[in-house]
Design a protein around this ligand. Structure first.
Ligand code: GRG
Length: 277
């Protein structure tokens, strides 16, 4: 397994230097606020997973870099907004003051908005000569990030959704808030490597299972905190571990229907998540 982090970093830095330079005259503070969170030590897990998947599916990591970078922009925006006083009200992220603590709430909100929009600019621009990719990639990432994915999950998590005080509700929240972007990393890689329609759907489902497993494992580690949307509010530790085993079994079956080498994604995923938790 190679690490693709450097390529992602280079792309993000070059893109930001160019676009930030072009737009700096409008609001240098906005560019600074965006860069502050984008280059503040994120692990780049989602973009790296996307590049690993492109390679595992038999494609070129290079082709997936802009899409992978777009996912990271959306992830970064979500963290900035999640930290705002009206949401989680956090002062520290990655060991540093949160965006609004440095730039104020209005600019933090706008930095998040601009990162979200820039993600789609990157896809439209980078894949402009390959219309067979740009449309499906926009569809994939917008449905994962928006009301049917991450934003929907966040709304549920904040008890702004249907009051589902149940294991189904907790898992639906995890699927949207955490798993949707991870699923988009694998689905987008499958689109870019031009797998067939049913394999693209398997790649998305695989990402969703891995993303839910990641969040459920987080629930186990944070069990003392007793959040309403933790599966531990509804399941015993034994039941939760059995569910994790089922997810892993499903994932192992799914990789069998993807191109040979895809099983390495399971190793990449567990190795990277274990290192971080
Ligand atoms: C505000 C629309 C909106 C969505 C917020 C990101 C998020 C959704 C909530 C943050 C709370 C949380 C811990 C969610 C679990 C998934 C997650 C985003 C974990 C952090 O991801 P890492 O570990 O972060 O990849 P780094 O810092 O490495 O980028």
């Amino acid at each position: 397994m190679i690490s693709a982090s450097e390529d992602i970093e280079t792309f993000l830095r070059q893109h930001f230097a160019k676009r930030g330079g072009e737009t700096r005259s409008l609001s240098p503070q906005l560019v600074e606020a965006m860069a502050y969170s984008l280059f503040s030590g994120g692990k780049r897990f989602r973009p790296n997973l996307c590049l690993q998947a492109a390679m595992a599916f038999g494609g070129q990591a290079q082709e997936a870099i802009p899409y992978a970078a777009a996912i990271e922009l959306i992830h970064t925006y979500s963290l900035i907004h999640d930290d705002l006083p009206s949401m989680d009200n956090d002062d520290i992220r990655r060991g540093k003051p949160t965006n609004h603590k440095i730039f104020g709430e209005a600019l933090a909100l706008l930095a998040g908005d601009a990162l979200l929009t820039e993600a789609f600019y990157i896809i439209a621009q980078s894949y402009s000569s390959r219309a067979q990719l740009s449309g499906p990639l926009v569809l994939c990432l917008s449905s994962a990030a928006g009301m049917s994915g991450m934003v929907g999950g966040q709304a549920m998590d904040m008890s702004l959704g249907a009051p589902l005080h149940s294991i189904e509700g907790a898992l639906l929240t995890h699927r949207g808030k955490t798993a949707a972007l991870i699923a988009a990393a694998l689905e987008g890689a499958a689109v870019i490597t031009q797998l067939n329609t049913s394999q693209i759907e398997v790649a998305r489902c695989l990402g969703e299972s891995l993303g839910i497993a990641f969040q459920v494992r987080d629930d186990l580690l944070d069990r003392e905190m007793g959040s309403a949307n933790s599966v531990l509010s509804y399941w015993s530790e034994g039941e939760t571990n059995a569910y994790l085993d089922d997810l892993l079994k499903d994932a192992q079956e799914m990789v069998q229907t993807l191109p040979p080498g895809s099983e390495e994604l399971l190793t990449f995923f567990s190795y990277n998540r274990e290192r971080q938790i």
